[in-house]
Design a protein around this ligand. Sequence first.
Ligand code: FE2
Length: 370
Amino acid sequence: MNMAQQTKVHPLAHIDWDHVEFYVGNAKQAAHFYMSAFGFDQTAYAGPETGVKDRVSYVLQQNDLRFVLTTSLVPDGPISDHVRLHGDGVHDVAILVQDVRAAWKAALDGGAEPLLEPTVYEDTSGSLIRATIKTYGDTVHSFVQRDGYRGIFAPGFIELRRSLPSRKPGLTAVDHCVGNVGWGEMDAWGEFYARVFGFSQLVSFDDRDISTEYTALRSKVMTDPRHQVKFPINEPARGKKKSQIEEYLDFYRGSGVQHIAIRTSDIAETVRALSANGVEFLDTPESYYDMLAERVGRIDEAVETLRGLKILVDRDDRGYMLQIFTKPLQDRPTLFFEIIQRKGSLSFGKGNFKALFVSIEREQERRGTL
Ligand code: FE2
C-alpha cells in the first residue's frame, strides 16, 4: 500500500503546471513570435537532428512558464489533423505529478479515457515518466513525473538556447487555463475534473453575471486542493446574438482551450513591455475607469496608469486583482492570453466581464460574426 492510499490523499492533490504544448502550422515562426512578442527564451529542441523524424518541437521558457511548439513534418497523422481542423491551438495541458502511475490509476478509476499508459523515457540525463488522458475536444492532459530526470526538458530533446532582443515582460507562471465546451456541456466537464482529478469547484458564474445585451456565457472553475492548477470551463448561453464562446466553437471546430492566464508581479511594467514588443490587447471602454474607484475601492495603482494601459481591476473579499486580455494569437479568433496580477484575490474577473464583453463584441462586429 502506498502513501496516497494510507492517507487517502488523492494522487492528484499535489500537482503543478508542467508545460503547455501547442500544435501549430509552422513551429519555427510561432517560436519566433512567442519569443519576440512575449519575451520567451528557447531552451530545447527536438527534430530530425535529434532522431525525431516526423515532427519538430521548440521548448520556450520564461521563469516557471514552459511552452512547447510542435509542427508535423508529414501531411498525415494526429498533429497535421489537429492543425487542419483547429488551426494553431493548444493540444496538451501537461501536469507535473509526484507519481504518474498513481495519477493514471486514479484518473482511469474516475472514468478518464486513456491515450498513453505510463511510459518511461530515458537518456543520459535519467528517466522521465509520462502518461496521457483525453479531455474536452481534441485536448489532452499528460501527467509528467520528473524526479528521476535532470535533463533540460525530456528525452528526445537537446538543449538549444536562443534569445531574441525583445523587452522582457516578467511573466512568471500559468495562473489558470480555460476550456470552451459546447452547449450544455459545462456541468459534465466540471464533474469530469471532480471524478478524474479529485478537483472541487472554486466558483461559478451564470448568464446573470456574464451577459451583455447580446451575448452570454456560463462558467465554472475547478481546482486542486492547493489552488495551484485552475481549470475554468465555459459554455455558451443564449443571447440576442452569437456569443464569443459560440464564435470560438465555430472557428475552432469544437471544444478547446480558450485562454491561458499568465501571472506577473507588476502588470503595468508587463503591459508596457508587451506593447513595446507589438502585442495587441483588447480595448477597454473609457467609461470603465470613471466608475473604477467606486467599484473596487482603494488600490495601490493610480487609476490614470490603469486607464492609460487599459488594465482591468476586480475585487473580492480577499483582495483585488488586475488583468488584461490580448487579442487572438493566431488568425482564427480562438486562443488568447490573459495577463493577471493577483493581490490577494482569488477572482477571475467577474466584475469585469461586462466591460470586457462590450469590447469583445466590438471586435466580433468587425469580423461580421456577432
Ligand atoms: Fe481568465
